[in-house]
Design a binder for this molecule. Structure first.
Ligand code: ADP
Ligand code: MG
Length: 696
């Protein structure tokens, strides 16, 4: 086997490959495009395309695809082969600059939220040179953005790139105020920790719910759950270890910095964390990671479940989005510095995050709002639906001192002063972490923990970047006009803390007291996706995205519609699957068991009328009661389903599914799960939780 450094990035057309394969001037021109966002000259593109093709052929590729991220949240690809006919019925392998730069997939089958009239079905994809091309399964994948011909964005990458650009613009303005003139670019960085479940494929194949919806719609709790807490960071079982080793190899080949792997809280649950990188690349990498995770699992006879809540009553899966800002000179802007000046700058960026989170709680919540994540947020193990932030006691102490101008023992003269040089070295102990906080400061980055395991990180990071850009813009506007910069800075930081400190919370986010306290503080508690999604089209949100050219109003509205439609489709598929399982599998299974009990009873009576059959009678009565109940619940669910589709707007339709269909599904589940524990194991039509969770 080759060494890790040898295989790392071996399937990626990365910087060193480009340096090696491209003429010097061409390489320089591509670098400039990547680093400064300049446009690529068509002649240059031809040379790049040809080198890329030769390299891809050497890696066994026969096809290429413009790899893009439509608003379904997964990636899309349409493969074209490199073959071009020549004389004599022969072919050559060809790839032009034009084909590299632009593609034209039929856009009509991707969600557009009403943006694109069906007659204008065409869209185009455009190469994003900031993310490297790679070879996957014999196909050269070219990361691209996806737009409609009228210019509206139809994907998740374009707005993310726009948000990064907005953030860069505003952060640079702020850095200039601190005399940071050598910084040319500010980028946001992300390290998404990915949680997942692994189960044996033979169990998966027996469950329609897992196959159609990604989660179990029925299933009683096993006698042993995660209460022993023996799985978290526990020894990794051989079969899982083999999977993880294989996964690492595949990810490394694709240049993905898979770094940490461990067991998670629930049985059969695991996590992979990559080393962080630029948000755009982290997003592309995470999409590939999810795909590779599923594919590698199949090779091991396993299925990788990325749903937020595959098993009721068992910890769900999230994606912790570690987010920070850094300069092209290598400075992390969320790193408290060693000198007073560095600390003043850190405090300004910190104040900006505090204000941004408080101003846009609703939008942050909406960025993680979809049907799957509703099973997590607000449930016991996940962050609550209320958005707040955790800073840690050291930092809160510093902020308190700034706010009150009070005595602060760490500083030389005991007083906090941002303006002159007494601001002390900010002590930072990031071991004391609050795991219940949805947005926690962890020493030099913020960890947004509300993301669902299956979702693309593009949306939430577009939100984080844009809201941050907006506050930095307001700060720069104010400070650029100031006569005395440090006096104005002090005043601004102090005012921001006073106005927005309600968003800071370091207590137990799962507790009932926090719900009450958050309400007193006027924080939002948007419990479900249906409550949260309207924030995408509030006046405040629409103007925010417009101001920074991230989404036009039309694009904001279409995204909201797409999310609502996705919610409806998701719950609808779940309801239909549940009805199918009830009628086709569950009810017949109970009847078969009843028949068994009834025939035992009859057999006994046939032997001797006087034989004791109280037990059989009681069991039969219990089963009969439950099956009557289950029939009621099944019919109620069918009626709820039949009542859908009447609403004239997607908000109302989603609300209907949330208020009517989901409770009907839950009611049928409750009875079914009770029955599962009563009916003989050999009669039950599906593998149980215990089988799936403890048999790897
Ligand atoms: P954990 O939160 O599990 O204790 P770490 O703190 O080591 O783990 O890091 C978690 C994730 O945060 C990793 O993916 C890591 O690469 C990422 N990370 C670390 N520093 C940054 C940064 N400056 N920007 C973005 N992500 C970062
Ligand atoms: Mg973490």
């Amino acid at each position: 086997m080759s060494s890790v450094p040898e295989i790392f990035g071996s399937l990626v057309f990365n910087d060193s490959v480009m340096k090696d394969k491209l003429p010097r001037d061409i390489y320089k021109s591509v670098k400039k495009t990547i680093e400064m966002g300049e446009t690529l000259d068509p002649d240059v593109a031809n040379v790049v395309a040809s080198a890329m093709k030769d390299w891809a052929l050497s890696k066994g590729a026969t096809h290429y695809t413009h790899w893009f991220q439509p608003m379904t949240g997964i990636t899309a690809e349409k493969h074209d082969s490199f073959i071009t006919p020549t004389d004599g019925g022969r072919v050559i392998m060809d790839f032009s600059g034009k084909e590299l730069i632009k593609g034209e997939p039929d856009a009509s089958s991707f969600p557009s939220g009403g943006l694109r009239a069906t007659f204008e079905a065409r869209g185009y994809t455009a190469w994003d040179p900031t993310s490297y091309a790679f070879v996957k399964d014999g196909t050269l994948c070219i990361p691209t953005a996806f737009c409609s011909y009228t210019g509206e964005v139809l994907d998740k990458k374009t707005p993310l790139l726009r948000s990064m650009s907005a953030l860069n613009t505003q952060a640079l303005r702020v850095l200039r105020l601190f005399g940071q003139n050598d910084v040319k670019r500010v980028i946001s960085t992300v390290g998404p920790e990915q949680e997942y479940f692994l189960i044996d494929k033979k169990f998966y194949d027996q469950r329609k719910d897992l196959q159609f919806t990604g989660r179990t719609l029925f299933g009683a709790r096993p006698p042993k759950g995660q209460e022993l807490e023996d799985h978290y960071f526990g020894a990794i079982k051989p079969r899982v270890a083999a999977y993880m080793a294989d996964l690492d190899q595949e990810l490394w080949k694709l240049g993905i910095l898979s770094k940490t792997k461990h067991n998670e809280a629930a049985p059969a649950q695991h996590e992979m964390a990559p080393i962080f990188t630029t948000t755009n690349i982290a997003t592309d990498n995470n999409q590939v990671t999810m795909e590779v995770m599923k594919k590698v699992a199949l090779k091991h006879g396993l299925v990788c479940l990325l749903h937020e809540k595959p098993f009721k009553g068992v910890n769900g899966s999230g994606k912790h989005n570690n987010w920070s800002l850094s300069t092209d000179t290598g400075v992390n802007l969320f790193d408290p510095g060693d000198t007073p000046a560095e600390n003043a700058q850190f405090l300004l960026f910190l104040a900006a995050v505090i204000k941004a989170v408080d101003d846009h709680q609703d939008l942050m919540r909406a960025s993680v709002a979809f049907a799957g994540n509703d099973h997590r947020l607000g449930a016991h193990e996940a962050p609550p639906a209320i958005i707040s932030m955790f800073l840690g006691s050291e930092l809160e102490h510093v902020l308190d001192a700034i706010e009150t101008g009070a005595h602060y023992e760490e500083s030389p003269d005991g007083k906090m002063d941002i303006g002159v040089d007494v601001l002390p070295k900010i002590p930072m102990d990031n071991t004391d972490r609050n795991r219940t906080s949805p947005f926690a400061f962890t020493g030099n980055k913020f960890e947004f923990r509300s993301l669902g395991s299956s979702q693309s990180v593009a949306g939430p990071n577009t939100v984080l970047n844009t809201m941050m850009a907006d506050v930095l813009m307001q700060f720069a506007d104010e400070l650029e006009g100031a006569d005395d910069f440090y006096a104005a800075l002090t005043e601004l930081i102090k005012r921001t803390i006073i106005e927005h400190k309600r968003i800071i919370f370091d207590g137990d986010g799962y507790s009932e007291e926090w719900k009450a306290e958050a309400k007193r503080r006027g924080l939002l508690n948007l419990e479900s996706a249906v409550d949260a999604l309207p924030a995408l089209v509030s006046e405040k949100t629409i103007r925010l995205f417009e101001r920074h050219h991230v989404y036009s109003e039309l694009e904001s509205r279409s995204r909201c519609t797409i999310n609502l439609e996705a919610y409806v489709k998701n719950v609808n598929i779940e309801a239909l699957t549940a009805i199918d399982m009830l009628n086709q599998d569950i009810i017949p299974a109970v009847l078969a068991y009843e028949e068994r009990v009834a025939s035992t009873l009859a057999a006994k009576k046939a032997v001797n009328e006087k034989l004791c059959s109280r037990g059989e009678m009681r069991l039969l009565e219990k089963l009969s009661d439950r099956i009557a109940d289950l029939m009621d619940k099944t019919e109620a669910l069918e009626a709820a389903e039949a009542g859908a589709g009447q609403e004239d707007c997607p908000f109302k339709e989603a609300r209907y599914y949330h208020d009517v269909v989901i409770p009907a599904m839950e009611a049928a589940r409750t009875v079914t799960d009770e029955l599962e524990l009563m009916v003989g194991a050999e009669y039950w039509p599906f593998p149980t939780y215990a089988q799936m969770l403890f048999n790897i």
